[in-house]
Design a protein around this ligand. Structure first.
Ligand code: N01
Length: 552
């Protein structure tokens, strides 16, 4: 058992740190707290560790970041002892990996499972947080790490009559884990064609009697990186995990792509561009066909190339035309990857309903009613996505200095500094939340980077006899402007409706929530703050019992 800080022993504190969530960031935060000699407790609403990889147990779920990089690198033994079976690991394999790491790091005993955190309240007089749980516990701590993920709050169905359906209904985001879902011989409807729909539809198509896919917006779909692990890469990765970790942090996406086109777009003529696009397509990194694929002209060529490849994989011309995303550029929405999705529509038992032509009107006991027909169904699968990024934070009832709620502070969209801390909420840390590279980077790399930064921040506070910190309003404004500045450079980022900007949730303020300046730039900005003595923050005096703050 770790000991609490000596200077606050004897006060009404239960532990130094509370960590909420036991996915990639939560597991590492629990371990890291122990390493720093801090006492810690974890709470997880699931029955086991895994986070995203615990809940999203739908058929076909797998990762589209290569297993060479989508993993922890803080512990060489972990890197050397775990064998991945595929470059794109499946959901259950990643869940088992996280269980393996949690057990190896001996953190599972610190986690209370099947328990929701219902509220977190800051006491300005003591400088402490009180965390209340669904298990009727109230835990008092100094630091609160909300490792609740960016895609963990399912979007509530916004279709009339959902409750009236007489058949079975499932959400990809909370697929049953305690039993097999038997779809064999049934009439199944899937609503949604984002990554979860794209991955589950081909699997459902294999067993269902009839599958009807209800698509509102078509998405880009490109080949996956799936295949056997390259032993040479695995050997290199295991030789020096620390070096890999540092290399990942120096990349744009926290990731080492398996291929990047060597030529600049404007250095190539038409034939050269076509050749570069085909080469990248075959290497399964078509988005990186050119050295400068981020240029709008290069992006337009990549988008058009993918549209053509998608179109030619689908036999029926009307269906092909509907499945191609004509309305946004590649990357405007989160693109999907699959080797089998488009071909699923060539099966005789699969049919597409294009909701832009014939929208869903309501759900009735026997199935789904569109403006053109009633589709009778035995099962409805909702692959309808998440109240992303800010949603999991809004769900927690957080109250900061002077009782200001996070929901009020974020009423017009999330604000924070460096994607981790919010003004008015001292010592509250939000890994993988808004305005960090989050979902547009390798989330495993990000989890390690942000947790390291959080605990380096805590160590700095202890070393400088400070009770805590939170960012200044000016820093938050600066960071919001930075986030917007980089988003403007990405074709379609601001104009396309997506969960990146909250447009998928009716009534949610439109606010671009991902920092697109690059992982490397983000990492440098975090540590520049630390080295400056946290100039962009307000520091709380050393005695946690004081309620006055001083500006740094
Ligand atoms: O959710 P989504 P997701 N009527 O929001 C549709 C990560 N992930 O769970 O686009 C009809 O992308 C909605 O339509 P529209 C990844 O980052 C990763 O699939 O709003 N349709 C859309 O088609 C991903 O981006 C992996 O017009 C409705 C779909 O539902 C993120 O999670 C695997 C509707 C929702 O798509 C979320 O993916 C899986 C309605 N009322 C997920 N409401 C990998 O690593 C919503 N839709 C591979």
């Amino acid at each position: 058992m770790n000991s609490m800080r000596d200077d606050i022993k004897g006060s009404d504190i239960d532990c130094d740190v509370v960590v909420v969530g036991a996915g990639f960031a939560g597991i590492y935060a629990l371990w890291k707290a122990g390493q720093r000699g801090l006492s810690v407790r974890g709470f997880e609403r699931g029955s086991a560790v895994g986070g995203t990889w615990y809940w999203n147990a739908y058929p076909g779920a797998r990762c589209d970041v290569a297993s060479y990089n989508y993993a922890y690198f803080f512990d060489s033994d972990v890197v050397r002892e775990w064998d991945w079976s595929d470059v794109c690991s499946g959901q259950d394999e990643i869940r088992r990996y996280l269980q393996f790491v949690a057990e190896k790091c001996d953190v599972t005993g610190q986690i209370t499972f099947d328990t929701r955190v219902e509220s977190a309240t800051y006491d300005k007089a003591t400088g402490l947080w009180t965390v209340r749980t669904s298990g009727d516990e109230a835990v008092v701590c100094r630091y609160l790490v909300l490792a609740v993920g960016a895609l963990s709050e399912p979007k509530a169905p916004d279709i009339e009559g959902v409750e009236s359906f007489a058949g079975e209904a499932y959400f990809t985001s909370s697929w049953p884990r305690d039993r097999d879902v038997d779809l064999a011989g049934k009439r199944v409807g899937v609503i949604g064609t984002g990554s979860s729909g794209v991955q589950s539809i081909p699997e459902i198509a294999k067993v269902a009697r009839d599958l009807v896919v209800f698509q509102r917006t078509a998405n880009f779909v490109t080949p996956t990186l799936s295949g056997p692990m390259d032993p040479e890469r695995v050997r290199a990765m295991r030789q020096d995990p620390e070096a890999v970790r540092n290399e990942l942090r120096a990349t744009y996406g926290g990731n080492q792509p398996l291929y990047i086109g060597p030529d600049r777009f404007h250095d190539l003529d038409e034939a050269g561009r076509e050749k570069a696009l085909w080469r990248a397509w075959e290497e399964r990194e078509v988005a990186l066909a050119f050295w400068d694929s981020h240029l709008p002209e290069a992006n337009a060529a990549i988008s058009e190339f993918i549209r053509q490849r998608m179109h030619e994989q689908v036999t029926d011309p009307w269906t092909a035309n509907q499945l191609v995303p004509w309305d946004h550029p590649y990357g405007g929405k989160r693109p999907c990857m699959s080797d089998v999705y488009l071909q699923a529509y060539n099966r005789p038992n699969v049919r597409l309903v294009a909701l832009r032509e014939t929208p869903i009107e309501r759900i009735v006991p026997e199935g789904i009613v569109t403006s053109a027909e009633t589709v009778p169904l035995d099962v409805i699968v909702y692959a309808t996505g998440f109240d992303a990024i800010s949603g999991p934070v809004h769900a927690l009832n957080i109250s900061g200095i002077d009782g200001v709620s996070m929901n009020d502070a974020w009423a017009d969209g999330p604000v924070n500094y460096l994607g981790t801390m919010v003004h008015g909420f001292p010592n509250l840390f939000l890994p993988s939340s808004a305005m960090s590279p989050s979902v547009l980077s390798n989330m495993a790399t990000l989890a390690e980077q942000q947790v390291d930064f959080i605990f380096d921040t805590i160590s700095w506070l202890d070393a400088h006899d400070r009770a805590g910190l939170h960012p200044s309003p000016g820093s938050q404004e600066f960071w919001r402007d930075e986030t917007l500045r980089y988003a403007k450079r990405v074709p379609g980022a601001l104009s396309t409706d997506s969960w990146y900007n909250g447009a998928n949730i009716p009534g949610k303020p439109r606010h671009y929530m991902v920092y697109r300046g690059g992982f490397n730039r983000y990492h440098a900005a975090c540590y520049a703050e630390l080295e400056s003595g946290f100039k962009g923050y307000e520091l709380l005096p050393g005695n946690a019992g004081h309620d006055q703050r001083e500006s740094a």
